[in-house]
Design a protein around this ligand. Structure first.
Ligand code: UGA
Ligand code: MN
Length: 305
């Protein structure tokens, strides 16, 4: 956790910290982040005045895990969600214990959220193709079943790109809604196929014997319907997470609500992010003691996970 409170040699710090910052430094990091969150919340409330509070809530379940890109990815997604009224963000971390960097970042966003710890069961960790984000999404659904009474559930991975229009497309979902997702496999696209508004089949670069060959970002489920299907959950089978979950919802293709102008618009992309090399260890050189680099170091996750 970055913070001035970790530093004892006040006089060497003084040249980098203004009197205002020194005062702030007396306040604990988390409290400062919460103040930032409060400020962001006030700003957003101003913007929400035009939106009726009767809108269905969108419960966004985001699996995440510790890596160099984690905070940058969550930042991009959070700043997308800041533009969406009536959302509740369930950030489900593939981690045994809370990650302070994530805890502090979430507090700073001012979003309505819960942070869940949902580690992948140990037995799957050794598999060559791991069921990524499955424990996380099931934990998010458990939370929704316990706490939500209305609204819609959407699985939003932390590394996709979302046009905020997708959230309005899904908001009034009755049971299950679907739409195209861009940049999926070599096909470049995963989408239901429609003709004159009627369901004809699926387009996806990898069918793999799936009944529902769709991407995780391509559908939403209403809270009410999810609660009517208490047995619905995501299986720990890599590649078959969406298919297994949609089958467990017992939804028929003809019951699905097709959105995004009859599936003619792409509002979400499976962008993926380049894996960055670990940061240079030269920052650890003692010549940087008592400099701002010591503060930055902590936020860069130089320490192995
Ligand atoms: C693709 C799909 O978009 C995912 O929805 C699907 O879960 C995944 O394949 C799969 O079938 O395993 P992909 O881009 O290959 O996703 O995977 P990631 O983006 O690396 O992971 C999916 C989500 O799980 C992300 O939100 C990521 O933060 C999270 N994750 C990944 C974990 O929680 N733990 C991990 O070890 C890896
Ligand atoms: Mn991904």
């Amino acid at each position: 956790m970055a913070g001035y409170t970790h530093h004892s040699s006040q006089h060497t710090q003084a040249q980098y910290i203004s009197p205002r910052d020194t005062l702030r430094g007396l306040v604990k990091e988390t409290v400062r982040e919460e103040i930032r969150g409060w400020e962001a919340r006030v700003r957003r409330r101003e913007g929400e005045k035009e939106h009726p509070s009767t809108l269905p809530t969108i419960y966004i379940i985001t699996p995440t895990y510790r890596r160099l890109e984690q905070i940058p990815e969550l930042t991009r997604l959070a700043q997308t969600l800041m533009n969406v009224p009536r959302i509740h963000w369930l950030v489900a971390d593939d981690a045994e214990v809370p990650n302070p960097a994530v805890v502090d970042y979430l507090a700073s966003t001012g979003l309505s959220y819960n942070y869940l710890n949902s580690p992948m069961p140990k037995k799957f960790e050794k598999q060559p193709t791991k069921p990524k984000g499955v424990a996380n999404r099931n934990a998010g659904m458990d939370w929704v079943r316990q706490h939500a009474t209305e609204g819609v559930v959407y699985f939003a991975d932390d590394d996709n790109t979302y046009d905020i229009r997708i959230f309005e497309e899904m908001r009034h979902t009755q049971r299950v809604s679907m739409w195209p997702v861009g940049l999926v496999t070599e096909a470049g696209l995963s989408t239901p196929v429609l003709s004159e508004g009627h369901f004809k089949g699926w387009y996806d670069g990898w069918i793999g014997g799936r009944k529902f060959p769709v991407d995780m970002a391509g559908f939403a489920v209403s809270v009410q319907y999810l609660k009517q299907m208490p047995g619905a959950k995501m299986p720990f089978v890599a590649g078959y997470e969406e298919d297994g979950f949609l089958k467990s919802l017992k939804i028929k293709p003809e019951e699905i609500e097709f959105k995004a102008d009859g599936c003619t618009k792409v509002y979400v992309w499976h962008t993926q992010t380049k894996k960055n090399k670990p940061s240079k260890r030269t920052l650890l050189d003692t010549k940087y003691d008592a400099t701002n680099l010591r503060v930055l170091q902590e936020s860069m996750m130089l320490a192995p996970a």
